[in-house]
Design a protein around this ligand. Structure first.
Ligand SMILES: Cc1cc2nc3c(=O)[nH]c(=O)nc-3n(C[C@H](O)[C@H](O)[C@H](O)COP(=O)(O)O)c2cc1C
Length: 434
């Protein structure tokens, strides 16, 4: 194997948990272990897919994002006893691979929630929203730090979370993490200060106009995310690793206006100066790992880079932020060791030279070809971007799960704003790691 790739196959630690190598499969909605936006259940098809990636040698696998409260039906994730019962034997099997698995937990979408026109109509009408709320409570699903415009639908404004709702959710993050640990899961990742979802909307000054303890100063805006880490440590144990999915900078010029690579612009969201302070606050609160990229849904192509984005589009920013934390850092976004990076958003660009100080790199589900190529050295490893299809659904679903899926599909089928059409659940890009 080319010596330059040896660092990729060395272990690293997140808290006390050792990850056998530096290949991290990042979360992708569609690979969620407990169902994607459906009522939570143990998804055997996703479980099989994730286990195969561990058998292929991915050191750390993160299934797709999971909200701590079901978007459909509003059931808390910690309340599903049979799901955790099924999870336990799965984790025993999973650990035979030597790999580790963290579950990514989220506090919802807030203003980034993709809604159909008629969901938006529900969200605007208190009476109709209440009527529909046993199935889907659009106002709750879109609730945010403050009254801010929906990313996708005109004339739909998020309602602010109440303090009671914030604290209730914080507790459920802790309770869910405890259940996951008991079932053998190795750690959790909080989809907090990332991608412009609900918890990121609390963190960004231009999206948070609160005057209580969750708004104003940077410390206050990060309080929700910090309390989540603290509650998890309290309920699941101080040695249970908590990773943070973290967008270093937002790459936005305004509401729904993303910045392009190499463009000079004034940051509307989180800029690098604030990010340097934020990682320190978050680390101090208990986060053990920063799994990084850039962007929000207003600049979605940084966090979900299509083929037209430059290689290593987030790497320089992530290398820069590594200088402000002692925790390990990962980077996602068209990783390719052979090409140059987009310049960092800050004036200085970090140069990480020694393998030991280098951030563990991440890649998408199809990490296998990277390892395979690196091992065989038959072509420059990790240099190809391709698409693959998920295996077709063969499993017969339970009537309730099938019915839930049908309702959810119907809810979204009329939308032109849906960002994850069913085709993207079957066809996802895989990219490189170094
Ligand atoms: C279809 C799709 C779904 C995604 N879902 C999530 C998610 O649930 N949570 C998350 O943190 N990132 C999510 N991401 C971002 C990826 O984890 C990853 O950071 C991104 O694809 C960039 O890495 P890559 O260029 O190696 O694909 C998603 C990306 C895609 C393309």
């Amino acid at each position: 194997m080319n010596k330059k790739y040896e660092a990729l196959f060395t272990p690293f630690k997140i808290g006390e948990v050792e990850i056998p190598n530096r290949i991290v499969q990042c979360s992708m909605g569609g690979t969620s272990l407990f169902g994607w936006l459906e009522p939570s259940h143990f998804d055997t098809e996703a479980a099989d897919f994730l286990l195969k990636r561990a058998k292929d040698g991915v050191g750390l696998v993160l299934p797709g994002m999971q909200t701590v409260r079901d978007t459909m039906g509003k059931k808390w994730l910690d309340s599903n006893r049979s799901m955790y019962k099924q999870l336990k034997p799965y984790m025993d099997e999973y650990h035979k691979t030597g790999g580790k698995l963290f579950i990514q937990l989220a506090g919802g979408f807030g203003r980034s929630m993709a809604v159909t026109p008629w969901m938006a109509a529900l969200g605007r009408n208190d009476f109709l929203n209440k009527l529909a709320s046993p199935i889907v409570d659009v106002q709750y699903a879109c609730a945010s730090a403050s009254a801010t415009p929906n990313r996708w639908a005109d004339n739909l404004t998020s309602r602010p979370f109440t303090i009671e709702e914030i604290q209730e959710m914080v507790w459920h993050f802790g309770a869910t993490a405890k259940k996951l640990r008991e079932a053998g899961v190795d750690g959790v990742e909080i989809h907090a200060v990332h991608e412009g979802y609900n918890l990121d909307q609390f963190a960004i000054a231009n999206m948070n106009f609160r005057t209580d303890q969750y708004g104003g100063s940077l410390e206050n805006r990060l309080r929700f995310a910090c309390e989540i880490a603290q509650e998890i440590k309290k309920q699941a144990g101080s040695d249970f690793p908590v990773s943070l999915r973290y967008s270093v900078v937002s790459k936005t010029k305004g509401w729904r206006k993303g910045a392009m690579p190499y463009e000079e612009f004034e940051e509307f969201g989180r800029d690098m100066a604030e990010s340097e302070k934020a990682v320190k606050i978050l680390e101090e609160a208990g986060y053990d790992f920063f799994n990084c990229d850039n962007g929000t849904y207003d600049a979605w192509y940084w966090a979900h880079p299509p083929q037209y984005m430059p290689d290593n589009c987030n790497l320089a920013d992530v290398e820069h932020i590594k200088k402000f934390t002692n925790s390990p850092v990962a980077c996602a976004g068209r990783m390719d060791p052979g090409t140059r990076s987009v310049p960092a958003s800050a004036a200085t660009t970090a140069a990480s030279t020694s393998p030991s100080s280098r951030a563990p790199r991440t890649c998408s589900p199809w990490a296998t070809p990277c390892i395979w190529a690196a091992a065989r050295s038959t072509r420059p490893p990790c240099s190809t971007i391709a698409t693959r299809s998920f295996p077709p659904r063969t499993r017969r679903r339970s009537p309730s799960s099938a019915a839930a899926s049908a309702v959810w599909s119907a809810l979204w089928s009329s939308s032109s704003a849906v960002i994850l059409p069913s085709s993207s659940r079957r066809k996802i890009s895989w990219a490189a790691c170094s």
